[in-house]
Design a protein around this ligand. Sequence first.
Ligand code: SF4
Length: 354
Amino acid sequence: MEPLGAVSATALVDRLERPLRDLRISVTDRCNFRCTYCMPKEVFGADYAFLPRSEVLTFEEIERVARVFVSLGVEKLRLTGGEPLVRRDLPALVEMLASIRRPDGQPLDLTLTTNASALRKMAGPLAAAGLGRVTVSLDSLDDAVFGAMNGVDFPVAKVLDGIAAAQAAGLGPVKINMVVRRGINESSVLPMARWARTAGVTLRFIEYMDVGHTNGWRMDDVVPADELVALVDAEMPLVAEPPRYRGEVATRYRHAEGTGEIGLIASVTKPFCGDCTRARLSAEGRFYTCLFTGDGHDLRAVLRDPAAAGALDDAVLREAVAAVWRVRDDRYSEERTEATSTRLPRIEMFAMGG
Ligand code: SF4
């Protein structure tokens, strides 16, 4: 990763001088959980129509798109969903992506975010295929509270088994994402922080966000980052750490006594749009420049354009991506108000790669 603030002369940058460094790839819109802040079951019930297979990008198409983004500056690929591990044969895609090299010949930072429901079984094959790290979503160690957050009463023990399997397979350092929602799981904050230190994982608290338009977001339900830091610091003193690179999402604090650190992803109270270097690719091939946008760019049409079939390189695709990024000026979190949170249209988080 480049040091803070350095952007090479030829780098592709947007209207706010932000380079394109990270691509989040949604490999499916499907998920076996119904997290209240992302895919509430009241809206996404058993009869919800997910994308038909024919509309979802194939592994070969995902690889083509990834190669184009890497040629434009992307250094990190994150596989997401929905829940990526529900996509069949995922290690085959990981192997294809792990073979991609940056223009300077360096390997990519290839990672994945999962609810760990299938991680105990999949950790080994994913690591063998070339995956580097995993991030696991876990919102409580208490089964009742976790069940209230994930909407399907999935047991904590199975997630912990998945985390242990990921550590054993060398997919570390494992990061844990915990969305904190007032009135639901803030009582789990300290137990999670204590556990993370002993489990050797990096816990990141995520401020509850107004993503999509189905989670009923209210500012009152947000537990601000400062409040979370104060809560942990009172019991386990913390020391703020400087960012490691431009675009690092989490603000980091290390434990003053002993090892380990926590992170805060504070999109609501401490927006970080100024350094946002992230692009998103949805399962059906739409390119999004911000988590809160309602407008994407159809790359699948370019991929499946008969006129481009057989073209040796993806010059057309590459120019399509570059043209979108050059005019990007998203900074929603800096503009957010209670009123903008109800602004529509907006794409659901699970449908654009989170
Ligand atoms: S709100 Fe949009 S621009 Fe700002 S950090 Fe999030 S994804 Fe990036």
